[in-house]
Design a protein around this ligand. Structure first.
Ligand code: ING
Length: 318
């Protein structure tokens, strides 16, 4: 009897700046219903799924951005999604901007089980973009102004009979993301992203946005013997062309399902979890083949010279 889980990526098209939470939640409920109708047990929504990608705009003082964040999850406006998920017995991954009671701001995702209980929370580790307004950019990417880096790293959870991990957007570009979860036996990594096609620091990368998106996730999946389900908020959102291309990727690195549009769209695949061992127990048998004694540089703090190298520093508080 193979261990299999039917997973959906519920891609969002653009969310307008003035679109209400309840309007967006209605879209999420509709997508979850379609996924459930197709037998999905788990639905993956995008990063910052409840609002327009607000880091494209500068506001000062920062408190003027508070309305983009959730201070409770679920709250009155997101509860309908939790209720529908419980009614349909479907788990989900939801990305949103989190404002904690003690004033911390994170780019966050929650993992919610089939009874609509939050079983895990992940806070984005790699925060891309810049800290202050940069006039020369056609649009801003101020994630480093709006979010602190997540302090907890990458965890793997026993969920729906699988070992499930989470990452958000830029995290998917860093090989360490996958390997830290791979070393914990991850079999299914869930991801949401908002990726502008235009990359102001090097526009030559624009034409490669789709290639780079799938490249990093196919490599991460294969090199760690894990499934990856990655869901975009895509399309032209407030004038910014954002990559769609949501995908479900097998431990072989093959793309088994991919979104065809830049709009709201559900894709579904049966993820055979036993397929992971085809790679974990052969090529990537970490116990047998890894050489961690040769990898110290990877976790060393950059400013350490060779003879000063010590244990990796604690993650810096902001
Ligand atoms: N977005 C981007 C990402 O890593 C980015 C940052 C934008 C990278 C454009 C490259 C090009 O996909 C987020 N939200 O991390």
């Amino acid at each position: 009897m193979t261990r299999s889980i039917r997973v959906a990526a519920a891609q969002l098209g653009p969310v307008a700046r003035d679109e209400s939470r309840s309007s967006v939640v209605a879209r999420l409920v509709g997508l979850l219903g379609s996924a459930a109708d197709r037998g999905a047990e788990l639905v993956v929504f995008p990063e910052l799924a409840l609002t327009s990608f607000f880091p494209r705009w500068w506001v000062d003082p920062l408190s003027e951005a508070d309305h983009w964040y959730e201070s409770e999850m679920p709250g009155p406006q997101t509860r309908p999604l939790f209720e529908e998920a419980a009614r349909r017995k479907v788990g989900f991954f939801l990305g949103y901007a989190e404002l904690t009671g003690d004033g911390h701001r994170y780019n966050t995702a929650v993992l919610v089980d089939r009874e609509a209980r939050i079983v895990a929370k992940f806070r984005k580790v790699h925060i891309p973009g810049h800290e202050r307004f940069e006039a020369r950019r056609p649009f801003q990417h101020l994630e480093r102004y709006y979010f602190e880096p997540g302090p907890d790293g990458f965890e793997v959870h026993d969920f729906l009979g699988a070992k499930v991990g989470m990452m958000i957007c830029n995290d998917r570009r860093w090989p360490e993301t996958y390997r830290v979860m791979g070393l914990q036996g991850v079999e299914l990594i869930l991801c949401g992203y908002n990726t502008p096609v235009h990359y102001a620091p090097d526009p030559s990368q624009d034409a490669l946005a789709g290639f780079h998106n799938h490249l990093v996730m196919q490599a991460g999946a294969y090199q760690n013997g894990t499934w990856v389900v990655a869901t975009a908020k895509g399309g032209i959102e407030e004038g910014v062309d954002s990559l769609a291309q949501s995908a479900i990727i097998a431990p072989s690195g093959q793309i088994v399902a991919q979104a065809l549009t830049n709009a709201d769209e559900v894709i579904v695949a049966d993820c055979d979890l036993d397929w992971c061992d085809n790679y974990k127990k052969t090529l990537f048998d970490f116990e047998r083949y890894r050489r961690p004694e040769c990898y110290g540089l990877i976790a060393a703090a950059p400013e350490r010279t060779h003879d000063e190298r010590q244990q990796p520093e604690e993650s810096r508080s902001r």
